[in-house]
Design a binder for this molecule. Sequence first.
Ligand code: HEM
Length: 402
Amino acid sequence: DEINLAQLDFWLRDDVDGALAKLRRERPIAWHEHPDCGKGFWSVTRYADIAAISVDTATFSNRWSIRVNHDPEMGLTRPGSSSIIEMDPPQHTKYRKLVSRGFTPRRIGLIEDHIRARARALVDSVAPKGSCEFVTEIAARLPLEVICDLVGVPSQDHDYIFKLSSESFGEYDPEVGVTPEQGSAAAQELKAYGCALAEERRRNPKDDLITLLVEAEVDGHRLTQEEIGGFFSLLLAAGSETTRSAISHGLVAFSRFPEQKRLFLEDCSAWAPYAAEEILRWATPILHMRRTVTREVDFGGVRMREGDKVAMWYISANRDESVFPDPYRFDITRDPNRHGAFGTGGPHFCLGHNLARREIAVLFEELFRLLPDIEAVGEPVKLRSNQFHGIKRLHAVFTPVR
Ligand code: HEM
């Protein structure tokens, strides 16, 4: 079968949308085998099936890793991670609560001016040049700076954290220049940085998320170094790599659908929140999350066995024609737009969704206000990955503003 969603190069093909549509139509729950290790997993491509799996945490567990990894064990030997994304309720509920108050709409509302100032400074920095490499100069910078500020990473370390985070996400792309081993080493180094920062905050508490974690208790116990490190790297990585892709895909979409850009420009601040939703649907920065089956179950016409891996392809859910009419049209007026870019619901629904939504809305507002004719030119260079819908490079041009 030529459609195998485990294959990294599948995601670089031109006909990805067509192949996913065929799966949704003909084999909505398909068995795919990993080309390197030969192990198989279920690929789920319809929105409704993904939504059903996401809320049934008793049958579909987050332990044993959340990605269709490329290691021979597919994460089988690694239960009990220290990151909330690899926990199930009730443990998950207790840990998630520790940081969730840092991400409420109210909290994010409070930092909107800060996000805007960061966004404006980035746009100002490229404005006189007339062109830029949009990913590294804008799209990657804003989310990284904002999440570092929230967590408590000092400005002078932002570049270092950026490097580690990119390496741990780009481990399957030769161009990123790291082997999977170096990718894991970068992830470890990120964790170690978080632990060291936590140590510092134990002595000198501040008003940031790392201090919150240092002072937090679960069942009367303080978090271990391992747990704090796990939280730190999750927040950093989840908070920066994904939003960066959304922003990059967003510029591509506006460039391909100029009438949507014209509409946006008629009233930037009114359209920005709606545009952010459509950008999220369009971009779907996380292609899949994986679950592990905890008991034999009949689901969607197939029998799944204990230990089976199940990949939920959000990118396909977000093109599901039974939920989104005319799904290949980028349309900022789409209403309703209940996309699954942050997951489709359930306890793991993206913790940072309020923050990401605000960053995307604010960035495009500021970008188009100052550089209304900015356009992506040439083909975006995609990241080779089956989990992250990333863009590595994107050239953009505009009339310079001095
Ligand atoms: C979980 C997407 C931004 C933190 C998730 C999940 C998805 C996702 C698909 C898993 C949902 C599930 O399994 O049901 C995205 C996208 C983003 C984004 C597309 C940006 C465009 C952020 C930001 C943060 C963040 C800015 C900030 C810290 C997290 C965390 C989890 C998570 C901590 C795990 C939650 C849990 O397991 O309870 N995100 N995310 N994300 N996201 Fe995001």
